[in-house]
Design a protein around this ligand. Structure first.
Ligand code: SAM
Length: 269
């Protein structure tokens, strides 16, 4: 059982041990994890607002990469835009389709849902804006990122922009492991464990239900380990791949543990 190791943090391992045989470990975007991720997704947050504002300058279709269950896709559609939502997880896309089914027909008609890999896609069309939010770049390894940049460049319209967010640690002296409580839109309370030692090249996020039933029923525990990217090195990587960073905007308070930066990039001339 992977969570019994301390790779995901001592506290997460201890909580797993307390739950014992009841634990069912899953990923954050698979059949068990996708509904949990979706339950915790927030829509009116600084990142969503920043992306909506950034794309307002240029009309035309948008490509939302790693769109998941539609945290950005749905608000973009609501502003009247045409959106192609691409994601690898059939479970996340099923949640997006359910939401589209409940949306007005005019909104649904402007959305194209594509199951695909953001590190190699070929949609046969171009976009004035391509988005990769939620710091999802960190889900790809170096080869995957190189493939992503190639695919993005092949799909950017003339003068088009690729917008992406990047996560760094903003506190130098914070703890290696944190636990916070969060309530999902369905009312379930979760405990979010994060193991992220300062300077580490990856972090592990683990989600437990805060109050599992007091019986022997299974307890779903979602966990994922993702890369931590260093912003200056990432900018070098983007430049070497033919993407020039034209602006950087900090979306979180400066000293916050989760320091999120929105990068705007364009094809280098
Ligand atoms: C952090 S979630 C973000 C989802 C959505 N943008 C949001 O903010 O809720 C990351 C998403 O990336 C997707 N994903 C992971 N690897 C991928 C890949 N290689 N290509 C496309 N999508 C991928 C996952 O399925 C998941 O939906």
């Amino acid at each position: 059982m992977p969570l019994m190791t301390t790779e995901g943090g001592v506290l997460a391992a201890r909580r797993t041990a307390e739950l014992g045989d009841r634990v069912r470990v899953c990923g954050l975007y698979d059949a068990l994890g996708a509904p949990v991720y979706h339950d915790l997704a927030t829509y009116d947050d600084p990142e969503t607002r920043a992306l909506l504002t950034a794309v307002r300058t240029t009309p035309g279709p948008l490509l939302d990469l790693a769109a998941g269950s539609g945290r950005f896709t749905l608000p973009l559609l609501a502003t009247g835009r045409e959106v192609t939502a691409l994601d690898l997880s059939t479970d996340m896309l099923a949640l997006l389709r359910t939401q589209l089914d409940r949306a007005p027909a005019s909104m649904r008609a402007r959305c194209t849902v594509v199951r695909g890999d953001m590190s190699r896609f070929d949609l046969g069309r171009s976009f004035p804006h391509i988005l990769l939010g939620t710091t999802s770049l960190s889900l790809l390894d170096e080869d995957g990122r190189a493939g992503l940049y190639r695919s993005v460049l092949a799909h950017l319209a003339d003068g088009g922009r690729f917008l992406l967010t990047v996560l760094e640690r903003g506190d130098d002296d914070g703890p290696d492991e944190t636990v916070v409580r969060a309530t999902g839109s369905g009312g379930t309370v979760y405990e979010l464990y994060e193991h992220w030692p300062a300077g580490a090249d990856s972090r592990t996020v683990t989600l437990f239900p805060a109050d599992p039933p007091q019986d022997d029923s299974p307890v779903t525990v979602c966990t994922d380990r993702v890369a931590v990217l260093d912003l200056p090195r990432l900018e070098e990587e983007l430049a070497a791949s033919g993407l020039t960073v034209t602006s950087r905007r900090l979306l979180s308070p400066p000293d916050e543990r989760h320091r999120v930066t929105l990068l705007t990039t364009e094809a280098s001339r």
